[in-house]
Design a protein around this ligand. Structure first.
Ligand code: FHN
Length: 695
């Protein structure tokens, strides 16, 4: 029975926590006790961090339907689940698997010639089918007409060409009778009576023993499918120890633990495995605290989909490679071979173009570290590597060749330096100083239309004088705003203006008085009487808070549930909901274990006082939050769990709020939070959420 609440009653009401499933891990994250020293970890990882670029291969029985089942053509490697194919029907694909044209040499050389130095291939994906000869099951390639051990052939070809072979292995297994949970839609037809998950773990260990004993040294064990309730961090630690006991030098990704994925990029502690694995997304700024690797498809599918021709361009992929390396990460770029074992021609073309670029510029990616700048510059990005004698080599990846002929490196205080085109070392370039920037004079024509690399050798570590940071709660305010200005640079003086003029030595020093009118704050660092940083500026606007709406209310939110495969929340517009209901807050009313489902929440949020409020969504996959008609948080697109935020100036009272979310493949998560005057960041509590009563 719904209770119509007055505004006052709702304001005071503290709602009982509802029965919605909390979207949280079912175990405390154990402190990841590393069984070795950091030096040993670094030693194990050195080939991987030097490589910077690898090939991901998603291949299996799902390549036979090639994305088509019934009338739909948008499936991928999840087809057995997404199309709800009963296991006996899916098993028939085994008899059709005979990729006679498969040539391991061809695939390995395609990777090598693209500049990739490791290959991660699906030895077993979620459907449980093994592309290797397993004595523990006949659900493997040796039981198909092909009868060849694909992993053996890949291992031999990799050994011949100096490519590190790595195994993708899915913890989740939709075929093994002991794996739990079952796919929800097949529980009736495939009961789990007698299933023993511990027996499944023993099977998994037996297969990992085969994969780590029969194919030589393996570079990485790339676990996946770790997110279901039966898997825990404790099991992950046990599996990690087991794997290392078989190959002590192996690298293991973070998905061996329940919380794997982009884990570790938001500063959580206790990541299991050796590196974080953001998926289909590149962190906005450099990550220097934990090794990480972005994995990404060339089109929209991991497994082969014949209809999906939406491939990223070679230009986009090359620039992504440089961007990722400039932030300290690896790029694991996916191909999905056809049922015949051939890499799709569109992927081959892109690999060849990338290889052309790498044949000239590989050293600007390989064995590099994150460059001195945390985020890309307007012309491109920077990687770096140490040279002997404390010198540093910068690789300037110039995507946008400046028409002025002058490449500006803001805030770089190093004296001089020598520069040349990587593509033609004899072409030395003039380096000069313009106040706090280094300027390199460029030839008129860019050596490469996609990414021209300039080498800049510095006599020491980069002395990057980042501009002072101007911090405030928001760029907008209602009454007044305190603005602070800091720098982490030694022995500099900050000067600032609030009238939009350029700061000089004569300008005031911080702290500034609180601003009460719209203002442009500019700041600059000075050392020994001269500017040693770019001018940084930030505009602050005094705004009228959005007016509230006032009407009779009921507590709770309305939600719509959709079953649809989307890559953006905007694709939900116009779709018919599969079900609707009410829920007390933004916790997912339920989390189907299959793929491709979405929620839209609608209601009102009570703003306690005029002010600027920050809203956050952390989601896997995409999400969007609007207040009224304003998009405040845009966290859209297929990606692993990532948080984004936005701000809005709001008057006290009720404001319409809407959150839309979609789950594509893999894990799922939605956390909606807020912060504001007197409110520390927290999930938006039910007591400030309401809905308009059904008319
Ligand atoms: O569910 C899988 C998916 O099929 C694919 O293998 C990706 C690759 O990283 N991992 C999971 C989704 O996060």
């Amino acid at each position: 029975m719904r209770t119509a609440l007055t505004l006052a009653a709702l304001t005071a009401l503290v709602l009982p926590t509802a029965g919605c499933a909390l979207n949280q891990h079912d175990n405390a994250r154990p402190a990841a006790t590393r069984p070795e020293t950091q030096a040993r970890t670094d030693e194990r990882m050195v080939w991987w961090t030097h490589a910077r670029f690898g090939m991901f291969i998603h291949w299996g029985l799902y390549a036979i339907p090639a994305g088509r089942w019934g009338e739909r053509t948008d499936y991928g490697e999840w087809i057995r689940d997404s199309a709800r194919i009963p296991v006996d029907e899916y098993d028939k694909l085994r008899a059709d698997f005979n990729p006679a044209p498969f040539n391991a040499e061809e695939i390995v050389l395609a990777a090598k010639n693209a500049g990739m130095q490791y290959i991660v291939i699906t030895s077993k994906h979620h459907d449980g089918f093994c592309l290797f000869d397993s004595k523990l099951t006949d659900w493997d390639v040796m039981s198909t007409p092909f009868k060849r051990d694909i992993m053996r052939e890949m291992a031999d070809a990799c050994a011949r060409h100096g490519i590190r072979l790595c195994w993708y292995y899915s913890i989740m297994d939709w075929h093994h009778p002991d794996y739990l949970p079952r796919r929800p839609w097949e529980r009736a037809g495939r009961p789990d009576a007698g299933a023993d998950f511990n027996r499944y773990v023993a099977y998994m260990k037996g297969q990992l023993n085969e994969l780590l004993s029969n194919y030589g040294p393996i570079g990485v064990l790339w676990f996946d499918g770790q997110w279901e309730g039966t898997w825990t961090d404790q099991r992950g630690q046990d599996l990690e120890s087991f794997v290392r006991s078989l190959q002590p030098d192996i690298i293991i990704n973070s998905r061996v633990g329940r919380s794997g994925g982009a884990f570790g990029l938001e500063g959580e502690s206790g990541m299991l495995g050796d590196y974080a694995t953001p998926e289909q997304t590149i962190p906005p700024t450099a990550i220097r605290t934990v090794p990480w690797e972005t994995c990404m498809t060339m089109n929209g599918h991991w497994g082969y989909n014949a209809a999906d021709k939406n491939f990223k361009s070679a230009t986009d992929l090359i620039r992504k490679l440089a961007d990722i390396a400039s932030k300290g990460g690896n790029f694991l770029l996916n191909v999905g071979p056809t049922a015949e074992g051939k890499i799709p021609p569109e992927s081959v073309e892109r690999l060849q173009e990338i290889g052309r670029w790498m044949s000239v510029n590989a050293e600007s990616v390989r064995q590099t570290e994150a460059g001195p700048y945390d985020a890309p510059l307007d012309w491109g990005c920077v990687t770096q590597k140490p040279l002997d004698g404390g010198r540093t080599r910068l690789y300037l990846h110039v995507f946008n060749w400046p028409a002025s002929g002058r490449l500006v490196l803001p805030g770089l205080l190093n004296d001089g330096g020598s520069a040349h085109l990587l593509a033609s070392p004899a072409t030395t370039l003039n380096v000069s100083r313009a106040e706090d920037s280094l300027v390199i004079e460029l030839p008129a024509a860019a050596p490469d239309p996609i990414d021209s690399v300039i080498v800049l050798d510095l006599s020491s570590a980069p002395d990057l004088n980042k501009p002072p940071t101007i911090t405030a709660d928001a760029d907008i305010f209602v009454e007044q705003l305190t603005v602070s200005i800091e720098t982490d640079r030694p022995n500099v003086m900050i000067r600032a203006t609030t009238d939009g003029s350029e700061p000089t030595l004569e300008s005031p020093a911080p702290p500034l008085v609180p601003i009460t009118e719209s203002t442009v704050v500019k700041a600059r660092a000075f050392r020994a009487g001269r500017p040693v940083s770019p001018v940084t500026s930030r505009s602050f606007a005094k705004v009228a808070p959005m007016p509230p709406v006032v009407e009779g209310l009921e507590y709770g939110l309305d939600y719509e549930f959709f079953e649809a495969q989307v890559k953006s929340v905007s694709e939900l517009d116009g779709l018919t909901a599969k079900s609707t209901g009410q829920c007390p807050d933004f916790r997912l009313p339920r989390q189907p274990t299959h793929d491709n489902w979405c929620y839209r929440f609608r209601g009102l949020v009570r703003i306690p006082a005029d002010g600027v409020y920050t809203f956050y969504t952390k989601s896997d996959d995409g999400s969007r939050l609007t207040i009224g008609t304003t998009v405040v948080v845009d966290n859209d697109g297929p990606h692993s769990a990532f948080e984004k935020s936005g701000k809005a100036a709001l008057a006290a009272g009720w404001h319409p709020i809407e959150v839309t979310f979609f789950e594509n493949t893999g894990g799922n998560e939605l956390v909606v939070s807020w912060a504001g005057p007197g409110i520390e960041k927290q999930t938006i509590p039910a007591r400030v959420l309401a809905r308009r009563p059904a008319r």
